[in-house]
Write a protein that binds this ligand. Structure first.
Ligand code: NFS
Ligand code: SF4
Length: 627
């Protein structure tokens, strides 16, 4: 067993970029050069353009905007707007899932695959389940969930899942989120010209908007996706570009909402469609994924992962991609012109994400079946248009076991210790591993790629060092795909662990880096932390657990960071969220918020220092509770 190194990733990319050069394709690697160096005003967060008297840029000579706003107000407002963008995006994804659940039917496109989970949530929400048809219950729950987005009074229902101590903190600090949409709107209102310019107020609302995402919209996305498509359990798959098959019709699903990708997978598996592919000379159909939608279908169906965020152009550069089908978020507009250099069909499907040089096939839950079928057909028909001379798929892939939902983690860890039978079905076995020191703690490794960081390098190096130090890693989003591509989700990666974690991996038959899903699934990590706290009687902030996003880039990532911190979990970033221009905002985020929520951010670009500070923090937390 050997990991695939980032050097090997880069060699494969270099070879693909040669193909790109042949056909005159542009690439992010080239565009980064054109954009460098970045504007210093933007990078430090000190540029304001929220009213037409500006734009105002703060310098020593011009310390105030025209309205008199100082640098702290400008940086704080920019940070809040950035958060609101992310919270809106995750939450709207969650809303789409609720709508899909509302349209589920026994004989429809979408069914309820996990009725037990639906009933469990209904009980939590005080909804009667006895004697109710499961689809009636689904529709009732979907409507209740949709109302969480605009409820006029009260807070998010999901908050009740947090330990009482956490709920008390949110109450005390005035950051318990109300209606999801309201927190986004309030954030945009607060950051309008002439509203808030006080850093404390802006950062407090940033935390609240983040909580509306993680303990609101994202949790709706995760929980009801499980109800519709099944709660993930361990499943074997593969990762990296080598999962594409030169002899098959290759369909790439890219984006976030499983409503689309699930349907594409369903139809690509249909014998009628496979026969159709064969009629064009292909041997079959391979669906593989990019970004979070890939995580969704990998977790539930074992669909292979072609790559993560900064690999999205590579899938087209293989020359073997018949169709790249996208819905929303993290899709490079570059895919349009790039596809035109090949035979690839770039198919956009959502009114929310429309792009030039794409074929727009509007997708709705109501017509999902027909739509998915026509997209799969289009891809099959496109197989004959391939230019065989341009086809090169790097022979590079790794095995991965994915699908570690909270439910699955609890299940696989039952029986790894000598716990009593009545402790199974809880997180107690995991707690026992942690308190005994067999596992020192856990790191939630999340987030994107960003050209500011050598792609995947930080993710992989950090994870290697953590597991070697007996710290279990739970991963989601593009960080999870980095791990899978490298081989860290192969069970054999246990050999890279310290003795304690290795033993746990052997007993539980798990890899040392656990795939927990997409970025909305970071809500799963919140539930896990909440359960660990309740089962141990500790506060979340006392657990030897930290969060880390070493290569993040999106607004969503900042929203996530805010709710992870606001939940009491220290969070380590490898990229600065445009706040270095304000000493006050930077200090609040890295220090001040600790007084409110018992956790804060650390920003550290040097990855050796980053990993050491995480390990130190975990050891400090252990010492503080005497384990
Ligand atoms: Ni998360 Fe998913 Fe990836 Fe970053 Fe984008 S795919 S929601 S934002 S780039 S991890
Ligand atoms: Fe300038 Fe103030 Fe307008 Fe911002 S709000 S652009 S600082 S005048």
């Amino acid at each position: 067993f050997k990991l695939t190194s980032v050097d090997e990733f880069e060699a494969a990319t270099a070879r693909l970029l040669e193909t790109g050069a042949k056909v005159g394709a542009d690439s992010w690697q080239m565009r980064v050069k054109n954009q460098s160096p970045h504007c210093k005003f933007g990078e430090t967060g000190v540029c304001c353009r929220i009213c037409a008297m500006g734009p105002c840029r703060i310098t020593p000579k011009a310390p105030k905007g025209i309205c008199g706003c100082d640098v702290h107000g400008i940086v704080g407002r920019n940070y809040l707007k950035f958060t609101a963008g992310g919270a809106a995006t995750h939450s709207d994804h969650g809303r789409e899932i609720c709508h899909t659940l509302y349209l589920s039917a026994e004989d429809g496109n979408y069914k309820v695959k996990d009725p037990e989970k639906l009933k469990r949530i209904a009980k939590e929400w005080g909804v009667e389940t006895e004697g109710k048809d499961i689809y009636d219950l689904a529709h009732e729950m979907a409507e209740l969930a949709l109302l969480e987005y605009g409820k006029p009074f009260g807070n998010q229902r999901w908050l009740k899942r947090a330990p009482q101590t956490t709920q008390d903190i949110w109450e005390r600090e005035g950051i318990a989120p109300r209606a999801i949409d309201r927190e986004v709107s309030t954030s945009l209102h607060m950051s309008h010209m002439g509203c808030s310019s006080k850093p404390e107020a802006l950062i407090r609302q940033s935390l609240r908007a983040g909580l509306a995402d993680g303990w609101g919209g994202s949790m709706c996305g995760t929980e009801f996706s499980d109800v519709l498509f099944g709660t993930p359990k361990p499943v074997d798959t593969e990762a990296n570009l080598g999962v594409m098959n030169a002899e098959n019709v290759n369909i790439i699903v890219h984006g976030h909402d499983p409503s689309l990708s699930e349907m594409i997978c369903e139809y690509a598996d249909d014998p009628e469609m496979i026969a159709y592919a064969k009629s064009f000379g292909a041997k079959g159909i391979t669906v593989s994924g990019v970004c979070c939608t890939s995580n969704e279908v990998a977790m539930r169906r074992g669909i292979p992962m072609a790559g993560n965020f900064l690999q999205q152009e590579n899938v087209v550069l293989t020359g073997a991609c018949e169709a790249i089908v996208v819905d929303v978020q993290c899709i490079f507009p570059a895919l349009g012109p790039l596809s035109k250099c090949f035979h690839t069909k770039f198919i956009t499907t959502s009114p929310i994400a429309q792009m030039p040089d794409s074929e727009f096939i509007e997708f709705h839950a109501e017509n999902a079946g027909e739509n998915a079928k026509s997209i799969v057909k289009l891809a099959c028909e496109n197989f004959v248009n391939r230019n065989k001379d341009l086809v090169y798929i790097p022979d590079m892939k790794q095995k991965a076991t994915v699908g570690y939902s909270v439910e699955a983690i609890v299940k696989v860890l039952d029986g790894v210790t000598n716990s009593q039978v009545d402790e199974t079905g809880t997180t107690k076995p995991l707690l026992e591993c942690i308190t005994s020191g067999v596992i020192r703690g856990a790191v939630a490794m999340v987030g994107c790629n960003n050209p500011k960081i050598r792609p995947d390098h930080a993710h992989i190096e950090l994870m290697k060092k953590l597991i070697a130090n007996d710290i279990v890693v739970i991963a989601s989003g593009c960080a999870a795909q980095a791990a899978a591509k490298a081989g860290l989700m192969d069970k054999q990666a246990k050999d890279l662990c310290g003795a304690g974690l290795k033993r746990v991996c052997e007993l539980a038959d798990i890899p040392p880096v656990l795939h927990m899903g997409s970025c909305v699934d970071i809500s799963r990590m919140m539930i896990l932390a909440a359960t660990l706290a309740k089962d141990s009687g500790l506060k979340i902030s006392q657990l030897p657990v930290v969060g880390c996003a070493p290569e993040w880039m999106s607004e969503k990532a900042v929203s996530i960071g805010n709710y992870v911190v606001a939940t009491g979990i220290d969070t380590f970033l490898g990229v600065d969220p445009y706040v270095s221009g304000s000493s006050e905002v930077a200090d609040l985020l890295t220090n001040g918020v600790r007084e409110w929520v018992e956790a804060a951010y650390t920003v550290e670009k040097d990855i050796d220092k980053l990993v050491d500070s995480m390990i130190d923090r975990i050891e400090e937390k252990r010492a503080a509770i005497g384990i």
